[in-house]
Design a protein. Sequence first.
Length: 245
Amino acid sequence: MSSDLQARNVMVSYDGIVAVDDVSLTVARGQIVTVVGANGAGKTTLLNAIMGVVRSDGGVMFENTRLDNLSVEARASRGIRLVPEKRELFATMRVEDNLLLGGFHHRGGRAGRLAKMSDVFSLFPRLKERRRQLAATLSGGEQQMLAMGRALMGEPRLLMLDEPSLGLAPIIVRNIFSIIKDMRASGIGVLLVEQNARASLQIADYGYVMERGRVVMEGEAERLRSDAKVIESYLGVAAAALSGA
């Protein structure tokens, strides 16, 4: 499996305070990689650095192309999409219009965008039911589905998700994570940032644990799920019992 994203020694500072400190990671095509850690560990800042939202030192390559000096728009045109924690939907626009805007640069024109929207509706049937509703009227789970669907309209080869489970009911989280897991078969690389380590490590192939801006542990997700330190710090007693079952 080829490595599509390579972030090497990424560093981000705000007013002299280091938020991301010498972080390196890779994501291959068709692979789900998760970055877990407590709030304030630097996970969101890392995604923003890869997307070019914030200035960073170090190097970021995607499909053998250096991204360091490229704008957010240029990175997006190369097949990278970021679904931010706040979702950033067009609240006063209908669901279908949000989706069409997400596929604005689709090579197939309007016909291609409509075909892609049909694919998105297959993934998220609820969005098809709500297609004529304003985004602001959707529930939290539906808004997360719309944010993901809008990103998929651009046919990304790398999808970065920032806390997709935040504020959602457990049953909705299971649905969202099941859809993320299914993306593996489509060949999309997924970089998933989560505080919900239990859920993300269940679907990921590989994981990184961040604390105070640094990667303190990494490995196959299955191994991290059974690691005593990860269990104690992020998964809790229930996960410890589960891993011993």
